[in-house]
Design a protein around this ligand. Structure first.
Ligand code: 13P
Length: 253
C-alpha cells in the first residue's frame, strides 16, 4: 500500500513571519488522525526556523533544490549535508521552473539525483511535457526521456523511497489542470517505465504525484486515480487553511 503524500512547494514565496504563522496555524487546521504523509518545501532561508514547527505539526520538510558536490567553491549552492543538517528529509529535483527558467539540463538533474540518493535525501523528481509537446503527441516520449536521463546509473537499491512528480508544464500556475484521466494515463506510463528499469516490486512501491494547479476543487479527482499517490502543490499550499482542507478532502477518498 502506498501512503498518500501531500506536498507543498512554496517556490520563492514567504518571509519568516508568514512562514511561522503558517506552521503555527497548521496543527489546529489539519483533520485529526489524517492518514496522509505531509511535506512542505520552503525556500532555503526558512528551513532552520520552520523545522521544529513543522515537526510539531507532523509535517516533514523538503528543500527545492540541491547541489551535487559536498562542499567547496560553489558560490550560491547548497549541499545535501546542509539540507540534512537543517532537518530536510526530501528534496525536489528537476522542477520545470529550474529546467526552463534557470536552464537546468537532464545531465545536471542526474548528478543531483545521485547525490540525493547517496546522502539519504528522498528525491522528488519532477518530469512533465510542455503544451507544444503534448499537442504534438509527444507527452509520453518526453516524460520517458526525462525519466531515463534522471535515473541513469542509479541502481534499484537506492530507489525504493523515490518519489516522482508528474507536472505537465502547461498546468503549472495556470489554473488549468490536467484531467484526472490524462494525469492517470501518464502516471501509469511512468510506473510502466519504472517497472522496465527496476522490476515490478519496486515500481509498485514508488509514489507518483500529480502537480499542476491542484486545489480543493480537484484533489479528489486526482487521488481517485490508481497510479496517482498524492500531489505536489504550488499556489494552493501557501495558505494553511487551504492546504489543510486539501488534506481533509484527500482523506475521504
Ligand atoms: P501550482 O500548484 O501553483 O500550479 O504549482 C505546481 C507546482 O509547480 C508544484 O511543484
Amino acid at each position: 500500500m502506498r501512503v498518500t503524500l501531500i506536498a507543498g512547494n512554496w517556490k520563492m514565496n514567504k518571509l519568516r513571519k508568514e512562514a511561522v504563522a503558517f506552521a503555527q496555524a497548521l496543527p489546529a487546521l489539519l483533520p485529526p488522525g489524517h492518514s496522509s504523509e505531509l511535506l512542505i518545501c520552503p525556500p532555503f532561508t526558512l528551513l532552520w526556523e520552520l523545522q521544529p514547527l513543522l515537526a510539531k505539526a507532523g509535517v516533514k520538510m523538503g528543500a527545492q533544490d540541491l547541489f551535487w558536490e559536498d562542499n567547496g567553491a560553489y558560490t550560491g549552492e547548497i549541499s545535501a549535508s546542509m539540507l540534512l543538517d537543517a532537518g530536510c528529509t526530501h528534496v525536489i529535483i528537476g522542477h520545470s521552473e529550474r529546467r526552463q527558467v534557470i536552464g537546468e539540463s537532464d545531465l545536471l538533474i542526474n548528478k543531483k539525483m545521485h547525490k540525493a540518493c547517496q546522502e539519504g535525501l528522498i528525491p522528488i523528481l519532477c518530469i512533465g511535457e510542455t503544451l507544444e509537446e503534448r499537442k504534438a503527441g509527444k507527452a509520453e516520449k518526453v516524460v520517458a526521456g526525462q525519466l531515463k536521463q534522471a535515473l541513469a546509473g542509479l541502481s534499484s537499491d537506492r530507489m525504493d523511497k523515490l518519489v516522482i512528480a508528474y507536472e505537465p508544464v502547461w498546468a503549472i500556475g495556470t489554473g488549468v489542470n490536467a484531467s484526472g484521466q490524462d494525469a492517470q494515463n501518464i502516471c501509469a506510463f511512468i510506473r510502466g517505465q519504472l517497472e522496465e528499469y527496476y522490476g515490478s516490486q519496486l515500481a509498485a512501491a514508488v509514489r507518483i504525484l500529480y502537480g499542476g494547479s491542484v486545489k480543493e476543487e480537484n484533489i479528489k479527482e486526482f487521488l481517485q486515480q490508481a497510479d496517482i499517490d498524492g500531489a505536489l502543490i504550488g499556489g494552493a499550499s501557501l495558505d494553511a487553511a487551504v492546504f489543510a482542507n486539501i488534506v481533509r478532502l484527500g482523506e475521504n477518498d
